[in-house]
Design a protein around this ligand. Structure first.
Ligand SMILES: Cc1cc2nc3c(=O)[nH]c(=O)nc-3n(C[C@H](O)[C@H](O)[C@H](O)COP(=O)(O)OP(=O)(O)OC[C@H]3O[C@@H](n4cnc5c(N)ncnc54)[C@H](O)[C@@H]3O)c2cc1C
Ligand code: SF4
Ligand code: SF4
Length: 564
């Protein structure tokens, strides 16, 4: 042991003799790979922090490859997803959530423009095959994840084209058909995917046949049967159910003529119909919805279930929305509706202890109409699926993976009744295939991701510059029609700048703060650089447990925990 005397200075290397770790306070630093809240909130299962890290290094193609490891359709979700990732983003607590969907869309478009290759190999000819019913986003995602896991997907689609509601319902002003065709075309051109178009389960194939011929069967038929509208008064002979009307418009490009329209519902179909009817020349379009518009104090479970920017645009375009209301009865002249009686709703506690919407007596009023469009939702068309639905409107799987009972049959997407977004359908495809792979390997269901979510309080935001969230260009209301996309592209410079705003919640930034700021040099670098922080280690012989590294870690990757 080196002898030190009072007033002397430490000779080089002598500080190593003081094992300052002996003084430790009882806490040690650890690297905690927490989930970023954006990742936790993304129904498709994307790890945004991981792909934004590639963007921050200037590697757009690597970012796209990371992104498509979860979601093969970023040009589509970047346009239509209600982006719950942004609502959850920790940057929302400082200067504005990251515009994740705009970057995602830019990456998807770049991949199409430059022909970036999907990172996947062709499965062996004798690899197990998986039958997939429906080529909507759920079925397409399942097919992609089958390829990633070296399985052979065989899709059966009732219609002559793939895409599901992406093609038959979502308007081109939100999802241009050239983008849709390009992204689906690239995916479906991958070797190993078999697509049988105009082939309907129940008419051309049966579940039993598919079970015999394939290692697993995935059911992703969406919801094709409209609910019957229960309303007082006779129903007009020319009543148009919302989704049907929308599909007819997609096919023929025209709506029945109407000047005053009331639409009843509170989802995407209702808002899309309202906006298209208005552009088609209706003078007054009113949405009557039981739900609430966003505002202070609104219970999230009451909120209208539409993409927030679509709601803003609908209001900009002059759609009138009557919230907390329902249609009591139709006022008819002969077989035509000329008015609707609406009434306000309030929520009262029922005998079951839950709050239910009931009509508020005395609030009845009449709105004149020449067309009324119910958009009250759809359920699974039971044809060919009777033995699996057991008379229910939707599939009720036994696990998150969508597995129905013990058989290797899975139900995904809208057909589960509690989904309703493209990203959720894509996430279902991923989860089902992970389960199929684990089951084929005899491992049972894959374990759930139990990592904690990183809260904003654990970030050190002093290390991040203030910056404004990117705003995408938008067509002015007067120029909005039926084909041109309303929201524009942000371009490369803005995509890169926006990605640079990511605070890497819960993952290492390789900023060296811990390494430079530890007063005891107890943070060592064992190699030059790693993306995941694995090149830093704590030398507990010298760590006093002071917590400076954790306090100075910008991204919350280091946390102090009680010493065992
Ligand atoms: C008007 C409208 C607007 C929307 N806007 C948005 C939006 O902005 N953002 C968002 O995230 N979500 C939106 N959605 C919801 C979204 O489109 C759905 O959640 C999503 O498409 C569900 O995907 P899926 O694959 O489960 O079903 P679908 O997209 O319905 O696809 C099911 C496929 O299965 C096929 N099929 C059905 N039965 C059979 C059978 N027996 N045999 C073979 N094939 C069969 C169908 O033809 C179809 O191609 C919107 C929906 C509507 C109606
Ligand atoms: S799919 Fe939706 S939730 Fe997921 S990253 Fe994209 S915009 Fe966000
Ligand atoms: S700052 Fe980045 S990692 Fe953190 S929540 Fe937002 S996008 Fe995700």
């Amino acid at each position: 042991m080196t002898q030190l005397t009072r007033g002397a200075f430490a000779l080089p290397g002598t500080s190593l003799d003081f094992k300052t770790g002996n003084w430790r306070s009882g806490e040690v630093p650890s690297h905690i790979h927490a989930k970023a809240p954006c990742h936790n909130a993304c129904p498709a299962g994307e790890d945004q922090q991981a792909w934004l890290a590639h963007m921050q290094q200037g590697h757009a193609e690597a970012a796209w490859r990371e992104l498509v490891s979860a979601n093969p359709l970023p040009a589509i979700t970047g346009r239509v997803c209600p982006h719950p990732c942004e609502t959850a983003c920790n940057r929302a607590t400082t200067d504005g959530a990251l515009a994740i969907h705009n970057i995602e869309r830019w990456l998807g478009d770049e991949a199409i423009k430059h022909g970036w290759k999907y990172p996947v190999a062709t499965p062996e000819a004798d690899a197990p095959s998986v039958a997939i019913i429906g080529a909507g986003p759920a079925g397409l995602s399942a097919a992609w994840h089958c390829l990633r896991h070296e399985l052979r997907p065989v899709i059966f689609e009732a219609l002559p084209q793939a895409g599901g509601l992406l093609r038959s319902a979502i308007p081109a002003t939100r999802l241009p058909r050239d983008v849709l065709n390009a992204e689906l075309g690239r995916l479906l051109a991958l070797e190993g995917i078999t697509l049988n178009l105009s082939t309907r389960l129940g008419r051309d194939v049966t579940v039993d046949e598919l079970r015999r011929e394939h290692a697993a069967v995935i059911l992703s038929p969406g919801c094709q049967a409209a609910w019957e509208w229960e309303v007082g008064g006779a129903v007009p002979s020319d009543l148009h159910e919302g989704l049907q009307l929308l599909k007819e418009f997609m096919d023929h490009g025209a709506f029945p003529e109407a000047k005053q329209v009331v639409v009843h519902g509170g989802g995407n179909t209702a808002i899309d119909i309202c906006r298209l009817l208005k552009r088609a020349g209706a003078e007054k379009v009113t949405l009557v919805t039981a739900s609430a518009l966003p505002g202070p104090g609104v219970d999230p479970s009451d909120l209208i279930n539409v993409v927030p920017r679509e709601l803003d645009e609908a209001l900009e375009e002059g759609i009138e929305i009557i919230e907390h209301a329902t249609i009591n009865r139709l006022i008819m002249r002969g077989s035509k509706a000329t008015g609707v009686e609406i009434a306000s709703l309030k929520k009262l506690k029922g005998t079951d202890g839950r709050r239910h919407r009931v009509t508020f007596e005395g609030t009845e009023r009449v709105i004149n109409v020449d067309m009324v469009v119910p958009c009250i939702g759809e359920r699974v068309d039971p044809e060919g699926l009777e033995t699996l639905l057991h008379g229910k409107a939707y599939f009720k799987p036994d696990s998150d993976s969508g597995k129905l009972g013990k058989a290797n049959i899975y139900a995904l997407g809208d057909a589960r009744g509690d989904r309703g977004t493209v990203a959720a359908a894509i996430g279902d495809g991923r989860a089902a295939v992970a389960s199929i792979v684990a089951n084929l390997a005899g491992k049972g269901e894959p374990p759930a991701d139990s990592r904690p979510v990183l809260p904003a309080e654990l970030l050190n935001t002093a290390y991040f510059d203030t910056s404004q969230r990117t705003q995408a260009p938008k067509l002015p209301v007067s120029e909005r029609g039926f084909d041109t996309e309303i929201e524009g592209d942000i371009g490369r410079a803005a995509a890169m700048a926006e990605a640079a705003r990511c605070m890497s919640c819960g993952d290492c930034l390789a900023c060296d703060n811990c390494w430079t700021m530890c007063p005891d040099s107890a943070v060592l670098k064992i190699q030059e650089l790693a993306m995941d922080g694995s090149h830093y280690v704590f030398d507990l012989d010298y760590c006093k447990g002071c917590g400076i590294c954790a306090a100075e870690c910008p991204s919350g990757f280091i946390q102090m925990t009680a010493e065992a």
